[in-house]
Design a protein around this ligand. Structure first.
Ligand SMILES: [Zn+2]
Length: 366
């Protein structure tokens, strides 16, 4: 499947960043070597910034306290080294007049009920920015049904809450998911390799919540085991279709199968001191697929992140949140003011990110 994609070098060039070639469900991903906060994007040519101040448009919600856990540093990691931050300066010209289409705060229900699936001392505790849930890495890969935590083989994969193990095994030749243990776990068999699925003790709106760990090097739990936050369920690896070591982390709502995924960024409590952003881009009331969403730090505007709105998948689709109906997200942002701009469109808005909170915005034409 890689042969049908652009070459790694082309992708690196297109991203203007580069560095790590990992793998994922469907192809190679590129993960920028970014210090936290993640900074990634495209280099623009001029430092001139003439953005017009925008009205603030946001809805915030207060979260439940972060679940406590006692994760120990992964013993398999090499000595901690700080990758060079990738700082990208961008430009917003005066001709890009921002238009706020809708400014009504949207009432979203918080459900940051999961902890981080990797140790807080791991190399990457923030999902890989170039292949977030619902995106395709600009058309190179399958629509992504989870988030990638790119870390070396052997890094611990941790339980994200109190839960019971409902799936633990290798899907190379077997269907292991569903209540009967006979449904396909991924897009097909031989997808996630060694995988674990937890069913959380806590339901959400009467629906069961599952957490899936894919491409594990080793599985360290068995079906029926009870786990608590921070317990080690396995080691990160590159089994299944993975081409490099990383954890594919997935959240499923209601049913433990590939058609019931949700965006993990809406379920994992943000890292300490960080906040999250979710939004919806619509045209004539319908979600816009595959649009580029650029996120800038405000004052002065500096591009810090670029993602895509959820793309349409042939089968199965990725799902928006039942309450939010979002089609883009950004994880673990440093608090402060940001401006969201939709590439090649006039839609833009300004928001404030607060630690421990989720900001939700809507852009487009109703
Ligand atoms: Zn993945």
């Amino acid at each position: 499947m890689i042969s049908s994609h652009r070459s790694l070098a082309q992708v690196l060039l297109a991203l203007g960043i580069g560095i790590f070639a990992g793998c994922c469900c469907g192809g190679v991903i590129i993960s920028a070597l970014v210090a936290q906060p993640a900074v990634v994007g495209w280099v623009a040519p001029s430092p001139t910034i003439t953005a017009t101040p925008l009205p603030r448009v946001f809805a915030t919600i207060t979260l439940a306290p972060q679940a406590t856990r006692t994760a120990t540093p992964a013993p398999f990691l090499p000595p901690a080294t700080s990758p060079p931050p990738v700082t990208v300066t961008s430009v917003v010209t005066a001709t890009r007049t921002p238009i706020i289409i809708r400014s009504t705060p949207y009432p979203v229900m918080p459900h940051f009920m999961l902890a981080r699936p990797v140790p807080l001392g791991a190399d990457r505790t923030i999902p890989a920015p170039t292949y977030l849930y619902g995106t395709t890495s600009r058309g190179d890969y399958d629509v992504h049904h989870g988030e990638e935590f790119v870390n070396p083989t052997g890094t611990q994969a941790l339980a994200v809450g109190d839960a019971v193990v409902v799936t633990a095994g290798n899907d190379t030749t077997s269907r292991l998911c569903g209540d009967d243990g006979k449904k396909t776990c991924g897009r097909d068999i031989n997808y996630y390799g060694n995988l674990v699925v937890l069913q959380m003790d806590r339901d959400f709106n009467g629906q069961r919540v599952f957490a899936l760990y894919g491409h594990l090097n080793r599985i360290l739990v068995k079906v029926g085991d009870r786990v608590k936050p921070g317990d080690v369920v396995g080691e990160i690896g590159m089994t299944g279709i993975a081409l490099g070591p990383h954890l594919h982390f997935e959240v499923r709502l209601g049913v433990n199968d590939y058609t019931h995924t949700r965006n993990p960024i809406l379920w994992m409590t943000p890292l300490q001191g960080r906040g999250a952003l979710a939004g919806r881009l619509i045209e004539k009331g319908a979600l816009v697929r595959g649009a580029t969403v650029n996120l800038y730090r405000a004052d002065p505007e500096t591009l810090v992140y670029a993602t895509e709105t959820y793309s349409r998948d042939e089968f199965p689709p990725v799902n928006s949140d039942d309450e939010m109906n979002e089609n883009f997200t950004f994880p673990d942002l440093t608090p402060g003011d940001y401006i969201i701009r939709i590439a090649n469109q006039q839609y833009a808005t300004r928001i404030t990110v607060e630690a421990g909170k989720l900001v939700f915005v809507e852009l487009g034409s109703p």
